[in-house]
Design a protein around this ligand. Structure first.
Ligand code: GLN
Ligand code: ZN
Length: 762
């Protein structure tokens, strides 16, 4: 029985790669330095995996920016607009071209846009989207893969296993950049290059090659399934003497099981953490010669593996296949895990004993193999840890569980229907047509960030800190009054992050010091960890919202983060279903909503930035998810009086297949991001005859550009053509946290002018 790993984090335990790349971009270190740092990270990763006892160790899982972009470069899929970069950096190497594709290129009179970036399946990792043309040609362009394999071979010998994104998934995660063709048809052009690549690796000495095909766990069309068969048959016909492992993850194979187990390859990897139920079917259908890699250690979370559970899977597979045909592995690449739990010195030891980061997960894979061979001691230690977590009072709060179990339909419903509420709001607030507001945050200047940091470090007192935040808050309120905004916000100066701020105040959350995970390029995030039943020991936002409300006669909007967003952007418990955890968070936020209402706050916004990104990969699972996600939101808002106006905000506007669920959230006002699509995405709302009020973003906050009043009036005119004008609000696309003050002021002044103009003409 072999152990293997599918991929390892590449940012380095101290985020060396992040720092090196950013220094290289800033011209502070040489290319040689950058390569040197990268080499030592790779070398260290290989040795770590070797020492842990992993038999097949990935290489080429390292990337300077993104592994999908690496594939585009390997395959010579370089959009034409980068041709001038190629000639300008000729004496350098391909890496400047590579970074230009990732980040855009503005130098020496050139101004070339970056390639698009989007989320990798259902993770928070972002990849660079391959671009395809109808006449797309491929050829081996980059030598990175071959260089890295060579280095790995020298370092760890036969154990080195090159990793590539497989041809079908590479096509499917990309985008057509021309009309009139389907990118899957390019498989005929692509396969010969894969054959050439595999043959070169084989000549270099590779014995195993891993091709990631997460697409096998997605809904596939007939044409896409045929492309799978075609691609792997062609590869098998033209390659021999090297073992191909096809890796799937994040979902079950379901209707693709037949297809997957019959691909002419040596081994198939399946994710038994996300989809343990698929094992039986795979074992029932597996042909005589296929080896099976069991993804039993969770590559996407921070919890210690439950060996007993994993062993049940392993034993079942061994019984059917014999141990020679079974491999043990993490469920997916460990790219999505923080690197090393040993670096955490502040986590409560009892809880730390329930956790595992990437380095610990390698040990788990190796230990499982030892336990299969009879090491009962390791099993006993693991059982004790699992048992301690199962029964710990730090995790389990009966009162929280009881409260979730007692949630009723009435808890999840406003007292009266929207038309009744709308009438009350009109009487209470007496807003003009096209009321103006913002999404919550105002620019977080360096001063504000420094202030929070020095307070955290204990360099300034609570009084000093609060005074400075109060000053910033008062200033932003005065400014909004002067600008003539109708609904004000307090600016969120006391928050560094919309999830962390709440997690820090809720029971059941913990924070790591070094639990960084790559988000995109050199950007890393440090998600909170939800380890126990969630409850709210005290008010979280009342202090700042009330303070702000007292500074003005205008309505002040309270600002909260919704339960699904808090869940999505955290590491979550794996010992209870996600919907239960979400309901617990929902009850905590509901209490905060009620506390704000009691403090006299009449308008409360509950941000659900991540509700859409939580959608499961398979369409069949969407309804269940949407049901509980919408219910959780309704629970947060369901306790208030009719006269209280509940807002929600979402950072996107692609609502096509979920509009009825968005409507079911029954927020009095929803603000969304629409400016970049020129309101086109409002069609979904218009078509559905969305009944509640809506603020389609009238300007893009991702750019410093100041929009003119005229262009915002014309967007509002478009919106009013699609939806009842009396239901429309006027606001930017999203929060203003990342913007600078001058452009923010100029843009909002134009926005208020646009609303006034709209009141006259529409
Ligand atoms: N209220 C938050 C802000 O303005 C919302 C941010 C978001 O939607 N990502 O910053
Ligand atoms: Zn937003």
């Amino acid at each position: 029985m072999l152990t293997q790993n599918l991929g390892y984090p590449r940012i380095g335990g101290q985020r060396q790669l992040k720092k090196a790349c950013e220094s290289y971009w800033a011209g502070k270190i040489s290319l040689k330095d950058l390569h040197q740092i990268a080499r030592s990270i790779r070398e260290e990763n290989w040795q770590t995996q070797l020492n842990a006892g992993i038999d097949l160790i990935p290489c080429n899982d390292f990337s300077y920016y993104d592994q999908v972009l690496d594939m585009s470069l390997l395959l010579g899929n370089i959009p034409e607009r980068y041709a001038p970069v190629l000639s300008q950096v000729a004496d350098n190497t391909e890496i400047d071209l590579y970074f230009a594709m990732a980040r855009g290129y503005q130098k020496d009179g050139l101004d070339i846009t970056a390639m698009e970036m989007t989320k990798w399946l259902d993770t928070n990792y972002h990849y660079i989207v391959p671009e395809f043309k109808a006449k797309q040609k491929f050829r081996i362009f980059s030598e990175k893969l071959f260089g890295e394999y060579n280095a790995a071979k020298q370092s760890i010998g036969d154990k080195a296993k090159p990793v590539l994104l497989g041809p079908i998934s590479y096509l499917l995660v990309g985008k057509e950049k021309e009309e009139g063709f389907d990118r899957i048809e390019l498989i005929k052009e692509l396969v010969p290059v894969y054959v050439e690549i595999i043959n070169r690796l084989k000549q270099q000495g590779a014995t195993w090659i891993q091709l990631d095909e997460p697409a096998l766990a997605l809904d596939l069309s007939k044409k896409e399934k045929e492309a799978f068969e075609f691609a792997y048959r062609s590869i098998a016909n033209r390659v021999s003497g090297v073992k191909i492992l096809v890796a799937t993850y994040f979902e079950a194979l379901l209707d693709n099981t037949q297809l997957a187990v019959n691909l002419p390859v040596t081994a198939l990897h399946i994710d038994l953490v996300r989809a343990p139920e698929q094992l039986d079917e795979v074992l029932a259908l597996i042909p005589l010669n296929l080896q099976l890699s069991l993804g039993v250690v969770d590559g996407r979370n921070v919890w210690k593996n439950n060996y007993e559970l994993s062993l049940a899977h392993i034993n079942k597979a061994v019984e059917k296949l014999g141990s020679d045909r079974v491999l043990i592995a993490p469920s997916c690449s460990l790219l999505h895990s923080p690197i090393d739990l040993d670096l955490e010195t502040n986590i409560d030891p009892e809880i730390k004993n329930w956790m595992a980061f990437a380095r610990q997960k390698l040990n788990e894979v190796a230990e499982l193999k030892q336990i299969v061979a009879g090491n009962n001691h390791l099993l006993a230690i693991n059982k004790a840890a699992i048992q301690s977590r199962r029964t710990s009072q730090k995790v389990h709060k009966q009162a929280v569980k009881d409260r979730v179990a007692a949630i009723t339909e009435a808890d999840a419903s406003r007292k009266s229907a929207f038309p009744v509420r709308q009438q009350l709001h009109r009487e209470r607030f007496n807003f003009p047509a096209f009321p103006t507001t913002t999404i919550g945050s105002f620019p977080q200047t360096d001063d504000i960030r420094r202030l929070r940091a020095s307070f955290k470090k204990g360099e300034i007192t609570l009084q000093q800190y609060e005074k400075a935040i109060e000053d910033a808050t008062v200033e932003v309120i005065r400014w909004q009054e002067d600008a003539g905004l109708d609904v004000l916000v307090h600016g969120e100066f006391e928050r560094n992050d919309m999830v962390e701020y709440f997690g820090e105040q809720l029971d059941g959350f913990l924070f790591t010091k070094n639990g960084w995970v790559q988000s995109y390029g050199s950007r890393c995030v440090k998600p909170p960890v939800i380890f126990g039943d969630v409850s709210r020991p005290a008010d979280m936002t009342v202090r700042w919202t009330s303070f702000a409300a007292q500074q003005t006669n205008k309505p002040m909007k309270g600002m909260l983060t919704g339960p699904v967003t808090i869940l999505q952007w955290s590491f979550v418990r794996d010992d209870q279903p996600r919907d239960i955890t979400t309901c617990q968070i929902a009850l905590a936020i509901r209490d905060e909503v009620l506390a704000l209402e009691k403090a006299g706050v009449g308008i409360i916004q509950i941000d659900e930035a991540a509700i859409r990104e939580g959608l499961p990969l398979r369409k069949a699972k969407h309804p269940h998810y949407l049901d509980w996600a919408v219910k959780a939101f309704r629970v947060t808002a369901g306790g208030v009086e009719d006269k209280t106006q509940i807002h929600t905000h979402m950072c996107y506007s692609e609502f096509n297949n979920i509009i009825e669920h968005i409507a079911a959230m029954d927020a009095d006002v929803i603000t969304i991001e629409t400016s970049r699509s020129q309101m086109e995405l409002l069609h979904a709302f218009a078509h559905f005859e969305y009944p509640n009020e809506i603020g389609p973003g009238v300007y893009d906050i991702h750019s410093p550009r100041v929009p003119t009043t005229g262009e915002m009036v014309s967007l509002l005119t478009k919106a009013a053509d699609l939806l009842p004008a009396q239901n429309l609000w006027v606001n930017p696309d999203c929060g203003l946290k990342t913007r600078k003050w001058p452009e923010t002021k100029a843009a909002l002044i134009n926005m208020v002018a646009a609303a006034k103009e709209a009141r006259k003409i529409i």
